[in-house]
Design a protein around this ligand. Structure first.
Ligand code: ADP
Ligand code: ZN
Ligand code: ZN
Length: 820
């Protein structure tokens, strides 16, 4: 009998591809194992076995496979089920899901670049002949392509030998490797707890009257801590008192001073674990309600205000699940921003926590993958960003979706364009697991699902330790400008509050959702403002580098001293970004240490960690940043948050703009006053009476929800209508116009006039050209109770006819389902 396999290739093919296998191979192969297969004229791909059968393909002659790559399946049947759901729902190929899901080491192919693993010197045990050849070649040449290795070992199929070398840790797949960051420890000194009263202090100074240096150091210590009101760094004290380190040591040895570090360990877990915290009454209630709700619902939304202690509630639930040897997935919107959480969980669960992230090295990712497959105790809790919903869970019990409202759970590019929160719900269903979503500002969709009885709802309305929510004050910018109470972009109220916080030795966060110095440079004589030659946007002025830069394509030019159109030197800037805010802080408060957190300052290696650590260690007083600041950060000394201009968030041309504005304000505000003291938030706005500003400043989540859900219903948006966005991209303006018009009118014809499916567009988006490609969008709005499956089939069919028209074939068509 002739045997065949259908395989998934990691490329955008609509269909599975069929290969011929021998009977012996048929006995060995199982779905979920990898095989190396020839494809096209000369390519070799790693493919995934989907099924075995005995039906030859009709339209082509099946080729034979080259090689079997696995002994046992590396993909589970549940994973495959999930992947097929993703590909159908999000209208992409299952090959694209395959590629997105597995570590690149699993996908060796002809163009893969191989390099030597530098940590590895000489092979300890004997290498096989072909392994030696590759190993030797890499001693002379640091990187090799797979096809070059082919000629070295004189064999076409080299994937097996590379696989063996990878397993022996001798080679790496070339890619960016993420290294771990260990912050420098800063040493502080404080007075030993023996000396609390003036009496004891006087005695002490008398005692020290003969140890002059020590006395001097101590007096300097008092003056330093009195003037800065901040913890005193050992180094500063040495400098100020001009004594050596040994003098300080002597004071420490005499139990007069104490040394300490302000440092939160991150990532690297070493050593002991802690008991999980005892929940307070509100948390305890929430936990038991969650468990009660899980009897009825598969998904529960935990709506708990910022700092209500949601994380500790998750922790208790996780503890229970893993005690039954089940796996937990802890989903986060962006892992780079969440080192704080990782160390928190590792403190409780130690080695049972694994992190899965594309910035980790291939080896680490492969290890997590295999641990999950084997249900190893090391992979009980996986902390991951969105792609971790694609992992091979074997015994999944719970998925926590933290900050479920975050838009970054949705992948935009490339396919699969999936929403990890929604994909998590489906994944849990496949495994019979539960989902706990949490947020202080739930998305309209999720909250609506609790109203309709699809999800359970549990609330925590008190902050932990009964700390009050921050006091939020709206400041009317129009009025402040009229009364001349502004200094730069700072109102008198903001500067007053800043002065107070700084004099108390407390820290400040200033939020401005725009980076750079100013988004527009304009000539006062002729009105010209420099535009990006590749994109349809103005260039943003970056003062630090004296550059004009495009935020869409990174094009940049040096700032010109005169207008490029008319030559006038009377230039002006419009709008302002984080760079300008930081500069103004320095002018207003010359002695204050500032730092900036946006994608300009956090780009380099560890850029983000450095900024955060310096702030945690109180080396910086004022942190200026973009929305990066809102995500999952917990600082204990921030008493003031200033929102420089809340209106920029309000004016996005998006049906979610109001919801997002509310969430951003509430989330940044939540960074204020977390440890024992009520925080203050100053919101500067031109629209202090706008409903969203009112609701956000008064913590009226349900009012916001009611308004928004009514608008969504009225204007036919999610969760009532579903959206599919189709984008057309091409460098030829006319082609984009014609092609998008053809596609949209075909859709209109296919759906017919009577159906209440709405086709909007094609229209140019606000930025209609990026990197020299013109963009036009068509939006399909699908009313409730329509077969979404049929509609997608129509879209697909239209796409196929479109692709058969020669002059349109070069137009890129991008389909985005549930375009959030
Ligand atoms: P949320 O996730 O709701 O913003 P967190 O879980 O981060 O809140 O808790 C806020 C702060 O309160 C954290 O510093 C946390 O350590 C502390 N905390 C929360 N619950 C407890 C508890 N039961 N015992 C002690 N500290 C707690
Ligand atoms: Zn000009
Ligand atoms: Zn550009």
């Amino acid at each position: 009998m002739t045997c065949f396999i259908d395989v998934i290739l990691p490329i955008p093919l609509e269909k599975l591809f069929t290969y011929k296998i021998s009977e012996a191979e048929a006995d060995f192969l199982k779905p979920g194992m990898r095989v190396a297969v020839p494809f096209g004229k000369s390519k070799i791909y790693t493919a995934l076995v989907y099924q075995l059968h005995s039906n030859p393909p009709v339209v082509y002659e099946a080729k034979e496979i080259d090689q079997i790559l696995d002994e046992t399946p590396i993909i589970t049947s549940k994973q495959l089920e999930h992947w097929f759901w993703l590909s159908e729902y999000y209208m992409c190929t299952v090959g694209e899901v395959f590629r997105a899901a597995v570590p690149s080491a699993f996908l060796l192919e002809s163009e893969t670049v191989i390099s030597k693993n530098e940590c590895f010197d000489t092979p300890e045990e004997g290498l096989e002949d072909d392994e030696w050849l590759v190993f030797e070649a890499l001693q002379h040449q640091s990187i090799l392509k797979v096809h070059e290795i082919s000629s070295i070992v004189e064999r076409k199929n080299v994937l097996p030998v590379l696989k063996r070398l990878l397993e022996k840790n001798i080679i790496n797949i070339k890619e960016e490797i993420y290294e771990q960051y260990k912050p420098r420890l800063v040493k502080y000194v404080k007075l030993h707890s023996n000396y609390t009263s003036d009496e004891e202090l006087n005695k002490l100074l008398d005692q020290l009257s003969r140890a002059n240096k020590q006395k001097e150091a101590l007096l300097s210590f008092f003056s330093l801590s009195a003037t800065t009101k901040k913890p005193v760094k050992a180094k500063d004290l040495e400098e100020k008192s001009k004594v050596s380190n040994s003098v300080l040591k002597a004071l420490v040895n005499k139990n007069i001073l104490e040394e300490f570090y302000i440092q939160k360990d991150r990532i690297n877990y070493e050593g002991e674990t802690e008991e999980t915290k005892t929940l307070n009454e509100h948390q305890e209630n929430a936990l038991s309600e969650i468990k009660e709700n899980f009897k009825k619902y598969d998904t529960v939304l935990l709506h708990g205000i910022t700092s209500s202690g949601k994380t500790e509630v998750y922790v208790k639930l996780i503890e229970e699940i893993i005690s039954k040897n089940k796996q937990v997935l802890y989903l986060l919107p962006e892992i780079a921003l969440t080192t704080q959480l990782i160390s928190r969980l590792q403190n409780y669960f130690g080695e049972k926590v694994s992190v899965y992230h594309s910035k980790y090295s291939v080896n680490e990712r492969v290890e997590v993958w295999n641990n999950l497959l084997n249900n190893s105790p090391k992979a009980r809790i996986i902390i991951g960003a969105r792609s971790s919903v694609l992992l091979p869970f074997t015994n999944l019990g719970l998925i926590v979706v933290d900050e479920e409202h975050e838009v970054s759970f949705k992948q935009f590019d490339p396919a699969p364009r999936y929403h990890a929160r929604d994909a998590a719900v489906v994944l849990a269903k496949i495994h019979g697991a539960k989902v706990l979503m949490g947020s202080a500002t739930p998305s309209i969709e999720s909250y609506y699902n609790t109203n309709t009885g699809k999800y359970g709802l549990v609330e925590i309305k008190q902050r932990f330790g009964n700390v009050l929510l921050p006091d939020m004050e709206l400041v009317d910018l129009k009025e402040k400008y009229r009364k001349k109470l502004m200094k730069g972009h700072f109102s008198d109220r903001l500067t007053e509050e800043m002065e107070e916080a700084l004099s108390n030795g407390e820290q400040i966060i200033l939020f401005q959702n725009r980076r750079g110095y100013a988004p527009i440079v304009e000539c006062n004589t002729c009105g010209h403002s420099p535009q990006c030659p590749n994109c349809d946007v103005s260039l943003t002025f970056h003062q630090y580098k004296k550059q004009l830069r495009c935020h869409y394509c990174s094009y940049s030019i040096a700032l010109q001293p005169a207008c490029m159109a008319c030559g006038s030197s009377d230039l002006d800037t419009k709008g302002f970004g984080t760079e300008q805010v930081e500069e103004e802080v320095k002018q207003l408060f010359p002695d204050v240490k500032t730092a900036r957190m946006d994608s300009d300052t956090t780009r380099g290696k560890y850029g983000y960690e450095k900024v955060i650590t310096a702030f945690e260690q109180r080396e910086t007083d004022v942190l200026v940043g973009t929305q990066m600041l809102t995500k999952g950060l917990d600082f204990d000394n921030v008493s003031l948050v200033g929102i420089m201009n809340a209106d920029t968030m309000l004016n996005f041309p998006d049906f979610r703009a109001h919801e997002r504005c509310f969430q951003l304000i509430q989330q940044v505000a939540g960074r204020s006053g977390r440890a024992g003291k009520r925080g203050k938030v100053i919101i500067q706005t031109y629209n202090p009476y706008h409903q969203i500003m009112q609701q956000a400043s008064m913590n009226k989540y349900t009012d916001m929800f009611t308004d928004q859900i009514n608008e969504r219903r009225q204007y036919k948006y999610p969760p009532f209508y579903r959206l599919i966005k189709i984008s057309f991209k091409h460098k030829d303006y006319n082609k984009v116009n014609e092609a998008s018009y053809w596609f949209s009118s075909s859709l209109r014809n296919m759906f017919g006039r009577k159906s209440n499916i709405e086709i909007l567009g094609p229209e140019f988006p606000p930025v209609s050209r990026i990197r020299n490609e013109y963009i036009k969008n068509t939006l399909i709005k699908i009313p409730p109770h329509q077969s979404i499956k049929n509609i997608k089939a129509v879209v697909k069919k239209t796409g196929n006819s479109f692709n058969s028209i020669a002059q349109y074939r070069s137009v890129r068509v991008i389909i985005n389902v549930d375009n959030y």
